[in-house]
Ligand binder design. Structure first.
Ligand code: NAD
Length: 365
C-alpha cells in the first residue's frame, strides 16, 4: 500500500482487511500529501544532524546537496540516495532555478555567508531556509527579507525551539494567564568553546562571538517566554582570554532588557563557561524553569504546577515538518520563524553590541 488513496480504498474493502487495519496506529497511516523537497547548502556538523532528523519527516525530504567538497557530495548522495542532477557547488547553484525537483534550499553555512547565499537562492525562485543567526546584523537581515519578498518566496529561520513541545506548553500557560503578570525572565546560554581556529571564533565569518551563536537563544527566548518585544537593552562584556577571543569576538556578555509591561530580563551569553542552558520565567502567580532549555534535548522543565511531560522528538524533525506545513499549506505557527522574526533578534543583537561599546542603555522602540 503506497498511498493514502490506497488506504481509503482499503476502507471500502471487504471485511477481510479489517484485522490488519485495526492494528495500524494513526502514525502508520501512509502519507501521500505534498512534500517539501529540500536541498541543503553546507554539509557540516549541523547539516548532518538536520539530514538525519529529516529521515523521520513525512512532509519534508532531502533531495539535493550544495557543497564545495566533492567527497562530501559523494558520501551524502550515497547515504541519502540523492540524484546527481540535484547536486551543486557554490559556483553553480544558481542553476537550481531550472530544477523543478527542488522546492527550497536550507542554508547551513557560517553566519557571514548567509546573506549573499540567501539572496542568490531567492533569485532562483526557491524558498529560503537559513540557519540562525540569519545574518550578521539587522541591515543584512532586511536585505534578505526584501530579496525574498521580491522573489515571492518564503524566508524561514532555523529556530527549532519555536516548535519544541515543552516550550510551547509554557507559552500556552502564559497566554492562558497561568503565571499571572510576567515579572522576570532569566536566560543562561553558553558553553566552553573548543578549537581556537574554528570559524566561530573568526570575526569575519561569525560576525561576533558567543552572542551570535548561543546568546541568540537567550535573546529569542526572552521574547517568546515573556511574549513581548523589549524596549531597551543594557549590556556588559567580560573577556578572560583575549588571545582566543580576539577583538570583535565576544567571550561573555551579560545583558538586561526591559519590556512594555514592566517585565525585565537578565541574560548571560558565554563561550567561556559550561552548564549554561537554563531559562527561568517568573510571574505573579507562578513560574517555569527549564534546564536544558535550548539544547538538542530532551528539554527538561517544571512549572509551579509540576513537571513538563510533553514527549521529546528530535527538534529538527518537528521544525522541518512545520516548515513544510508553513510553505505548502500556509500554516501559521504559534511562534513565527520567518525573516521578520529573525530581524527582531538581529536588531537586539545590534543594540547589545552598541550597549557594550558605549556602556549606555540602548532604546529599541
Ligand atoms: P560547521 O563548521 O560544522 O559547518 C559549516 C559548513 O559550511 C561546512 O560544511 C563547511 O565546509 C561549509 N562552508 C562553506 N563555505 C565555508 C567557508 N567559507 N568557511 C567555512 N566553512 C564553509 O558549522 P555548523 O555548526 O554546521 O554551523 C553552520 C550554521 O548552522 C551556523 O550558522 C550555525 O549558527 C548554525 N547552527 C545552528 C544550530 C541550531 O541548533 N539551530 C546548531 C549548530 C549550528
Amino acid at each position: 500500500m503506497n498511498s493514502r488513496r490506497d488506504f481509503i480504498q482499503m476502507l471500502s474493502a471487504p471485511i477481510v482487511a479489517l484485522p490488519f487495519m485495526s492494528s495500524m496506529k494513526p502514525a502508520e497511516i501512509p502519507y501521500d500529501g505534498p512534500v517539501l523537497r529540500i536541498a541543503i547548502m553546507g554539509l557540516g556538523g549541523y547539516a548532518t544532524r538536520v539530514a538525519e532528523a529529516m529521515l523521520a519527516c513525512k512532509k519534508a525530504k532531502l533531495v539535493g546537496l550544495i557543497s564545495g567538497t566533492p567527497a562530501k557530495i559523494k558520501a551524502w548522495s550515497e547515504k541519502y540516495s540523492i540524484e546527481a542532477k540535484n547536486c551543486y557547488d557554490y559556483t553553480n547553484f544558481d542553476a537550481i532555478k531550472n530544477n523543478p525537483d527542488i522546492d527550497a534550499v536550507y542554508i547551513i553555512t557560517p553566519n557571514a555567508l548567509h546573506k549573499e547565499q540567501a539572496i542568490r537562492v531567492a533569485k532562483t525562485g526557491k524558498h529560503v531556509i537559513v540557519e540562525k543567526p540569519m545574518a550578521l546584523n539587522a541591515k543584512e537581515a532586511e536585505e534578505m527579507i526584501d530579496a525574498c519578498k521580491k522573489a515571492g518566496v518564503h524566508l524561514l529561520v532555523g529556530y527549532r525551539m519555536h516548535f519544541e513541545p515543552k516550550t510551547l506548553e509554557v507559552i500556552r500557560m502564559r497566554n492562558a494567564g497561568e503565571f499571572g503578570k510576567i515579572k522576570f525572565f532569566q536566560g543562561l546560554t553558553g558553553f566552553r568553546s573548543g578549537d581556537p581556529k574554528q570559524w566561530r571564533l573568526n570575526k569575519a565569518l561569525a560576525g561576533g562571538g558567543s552572542m551570535m551563536d548561543i546568546g541568540i537563544y537567550s535573546i529569542n527566548g526572552m521574547r517568546y517566554m515573556i511574549g513581548e518585544e523589549p524596549l531597551w537593552v543594557t549590556a556588559q562584556e567580560t573577556k578572560t582570554d583575549p588571545v582566543k577571543f580576539a577583538e570583535g569576538v565576544d567571550e561573555t556578555i551579560q545583558f538586561q532588557a526591559g519590556f512594555p509591561s514592566g517585565a525585565i530580563a537578565s541574560c548571560l551569553s558565554s563561550y567561556g563557561m559550561g552548564n549554561l542552558d537554563r531559562f527561568f520565567l517568573n510571574g505573579e502567580k507562578g513560574f517555569a524553569e527549564m534546564q536544558p532549555s535550548t539544547g538538542y534535548g530532551p528539554i527538561k522543565g517544571r512549572t509551579h504546577k509540576g513537571e513538563l511531560t510533553q514527549p521529546h522528538q528530535a527538534h529538527q524533525t518537528i521544525q522541518m515538518e512545520e516548515f513544510a506545513s508553513i510553505i505548502l499549506e500556509g500554516k501559521k505557527p504559534i511562534v513565527p520563524a520567518d525573516g521578520e522574526e529573525g530581524l527582531k533578534d538581529m536588531k537586539i543583537i545590534d543594540a547589545i553590541y552598541q550597549a557594550v561599546k558605549t556602556g549606555k542603555k540602548v532604546k529599541l522602540a
